[in-house]
Design a protein around this ligand. Structure first.
Ligand SMILES: *Cc1c(COP(=O)(O)O)cnc(C)c1O
Length: 367
């Protein structure tokens, strides 16, 4: 079976350094809020080109905390609206709901799968406070257009970078450094993956960073003094140390993903299959290689019967989820079409060239 993603193999590649990091943390006797966290935050801030990187427990918390911090700073309030793509992974939307703000879904663009920037303005009301673009599957959104709209209407821009570590535009700006703040996930299957749950927030805003540091630690700047009703969403020393190891390999691993994607783009040739489009090579880090076909379910079974494992990202649109029953009558035809047609091929830094050839051969024989 050609696996969709071989996490074992990815992490075995770094076993020696990961074990050294583990031993360093074990022997330090210090497991929360120490030097490993400081070091990783500094490494990740440099990598993204931002002033502050703040470790948190996971990607969902990163987004929840950013919105919460803007509430504490008096910029957002209950009932305010945040614009978000209709086809994102549910976490982007949950982060808005969790703060008692209202997610306003905007249809994606069918060719990039990212939020259609031309449809944002018509959804802006006097309650809109932010746009939350998601660089879905690893490709940067149309950030020039989004930032221009945000400026015109005085909105915050909160990037969801859970799938786009290291994605870079033509002038070298990286994911996490376009908007006012960004949430990252280091869930094991993400391009920069911990060996457990982990996440981070990036921002250039000192005041926001300071508020976030308290919110993630019980609302406390100073031990036993609680300024906010905060939460515990700390990134522990062990995950931070492991992430510093993996961050060093990230660009090399992204390049390996690009090479796989470039083979798929060049060699898959079947009228039934619609391949993803990219604008600029470095703007896509290929967290997922997602193609579309009207015969998606048949293709999935066909690939499985040929020993190729694929995954659907995602099978149910957010507006059809039970959790958002209040949206069940709303219709987002482009998003719904995407959910019914997408399929994600095996892609990773460790998939072999012969496995890639086999995936291509089998796809080209799909009738
Ligand atoms: C994975 C993911 C998240 C959530 O990250 P966790 O670390 O799993 O909480 C948020 N947004 C998107 C787009 C994701 O893919």
């Amino acid at each position: 079976m050609i696996k969709f993603l071989d996490l074992y193999k990815i992490n075995q590649n770094h076993k020696k350094e990961l074990l050294q990091a583990f031993e360093r943390v074990l022997d330090s006797g210090w497991y929360i809020m120490g030097n490993e966290l400081k070091q990783f935050e500094s490494n990740f801030a440099v990598y993204c080109g931002v002033k502050h990187a703040i470790g948190v427990a996971n990607g969902l918390d990163a987004l929840i905390l950013i919105i919460r911090a803007y509430k504490e700073l008096g910029l957002f309030k209950d009932g305010d609206e945040i614009i978000v793509p209709a086809n994102t992974y549910i976490a982007s939307i949950l982060a808005i709901s969790a703060n008692n703000l209202v997610p306003i879904l905007v249809e994606p663009d069918l060719s990039s799968y990212n939020i259609d920037s031309k449809l944002i303005e018509e959804k802006i009301t006097d309650k809109t406070v932010a746009i939350l673009p998601v660089h879905l599957y690893g490709q940067l959104c149309d950030m020039n257009a989004i930032l221009e709209i945000a400026k015109k209407y005085n909105l915050k821009v909160i990037e969801d970078c859970a799938q786009s570590h290291g994605a870079t535009n033509e002038d070298g700006t990286r994911a996490g450094n376009f908007g006012d703040a960004a949430g990252f996930s280091f869930y094991p299957g993400k391009n920069l993956g911990a060996l457990g749950d982990a996440g981070a927030i990036t921002t250039n805003d000192d005041k926001l960073a300071n508020t976030l540091r308290a919110l993630l630690n019980y609302g406390s700047h100073e031990k036993y003094k609680n300024k906010y009703k905060g939460i515990n969403s700390r990134l522990d020393e062990l995950q931070a140390a492991l992430l510093s190891v993996k961050l060093e390999k990230l660009d090399q691993e992204t390049e390996a993903r690009r090479e796989v994607a470039e083979r798929y783009l060049a060699e898959i040739n079947n009228d039934k299959l619609i391949l993803p489009k990219i604008n600029f090579r470095k703007s896509h880090v290929w967290h997922l290689f997602v193609l579309r076909t009207v015969e998606r379910d048949r293709l999935y079974q066909y690939l499985l019967s040929n020993n190729i494992q694929t995954v659907i990202h995602y099978p149910i649109p957010p507006n059809k989820q039970e959790a958002y029953i209040e949206w069940s009558d709303l219709s987002y035809p482009i998003s719904e079409q995407i959910h019914s047609e997408v399929i994600s091929l095996p892609i990773s830094p460790v998939i072999s060239a012969s496995d890639v050839s086999e995936v291509i051969r089998v796809l080209n024989e799909f009738k």
